[in-house]
Design a protein around this ligand. Structure first.
Ligand code: ZN
Length: 249
């Protein structure tokens, strides 16, 4: 069995990331780490987050809308005001080495016959996987049975059975699912800015075996929210970005 740590939407929150890494590496022998985008943006430590991620074993990463905005690949005209302000701040803050690393990231990649992307396979930058219709419409753009993604900041499983029926599950702390579906999409939730009303950092462990369907375990961990908030305020990022971390919205 191989255990893969799934992380997404870290959003420059190093305090949340370190707490998740401690928790995850205590729980399991982790062979690989997959990061589904938006590692930067909103939070005050984008360079530190990327440097830390690059120390992790067998790392696979994709680009999200916040990386694309920070390196100038997409316009921030469609961002809400606080997201636009944080994208502009992040663009200024990125050191060249980190900027080059983010620029080289793919939008979609594949590991162990599973697709990794930020939003959805057909629109990795912008589309939110929120309904079974969206899942269905993405199937012909998915070359694998399974896909891990992020973007919604909500831990979830979309699993298709009997060619028509989708199971849509919002995952909670300690939930475990066997992904024995024909096709499936999994989101580990957001490390650095959860939006399901639970402010604890979210992540998942994916267990891969040769003979069985993959198994996913969801976890939530409390981290030092106040420290992450202080850094956001000290950086003169919008105060709403600090406040929302307390409420998980
Ligand atoms: Zn995000």
């Amino acid at each position: 069995m191989t255990t893969v740590l799934l992380l997404s939407d870290i959003h420059g929150n190093l305090h949340a990331l370190e707490t998740v890494l401690n928790d995850a590496f205590e729980r399991a022998e982790i062979a690989s780490v997959w990061v589904m985008g938006d590692s930067v943006g909103y939070g005050a430590q984008p360079n530190e987050v990327i440097k830390r991620l690059r120390t992790l074993p067998d790392l696979a990463m994709v680009k999200g809308n916040h990386e694309a905005a920070a390196i100038g690949e997409i316009s921030i005209a469609n961002f809400n005001p606080s997201a636009a302000a944080s994208a502009a701040w992040t663009t200024e803050a990125l050191i060249p080495e980190v900027r080059d690393f983010l620029t080289a990231l793919p939008l979609v990649t594949m590991r162990s016959s599973i697709t990794l992307c930020h939003g959805t396979p057909r629109n990795p930058i912008w589309e939110y996987m929120l309904t079974s219709q969206t899942a269905e419409l993405n199937l012909n753009r998915l070359d694998t049975a399974g896909c891990v993604h992020g973007h919604t900041h909500i831990p979830s499983v979309f699993g298709r059975e009997l060619s028509t029926n989708w199971h849509v599950i919002q995952a909670r702390d300690t939930d475990v699912f066997q992904l024995d579906y024909e096709r499936w999409f999994v989101n580990p939730g957001s490390v650095g800015q959860p939006r399901d009303g639970d402010p604890r950092a979210s992540y998942a462990l994916l267990q891969l075996t040769d003979n069985e369907a993959p198994r996913i375990q969801f976890h939530r961990v409390e981290y030092d929210v106040a420290k992450a908030q202080d850094l956001i305020l000290d950086a003169h990022l919008p105060s709403t970005l600090a406040y929302r971390l307390s409420v998980g919205r």
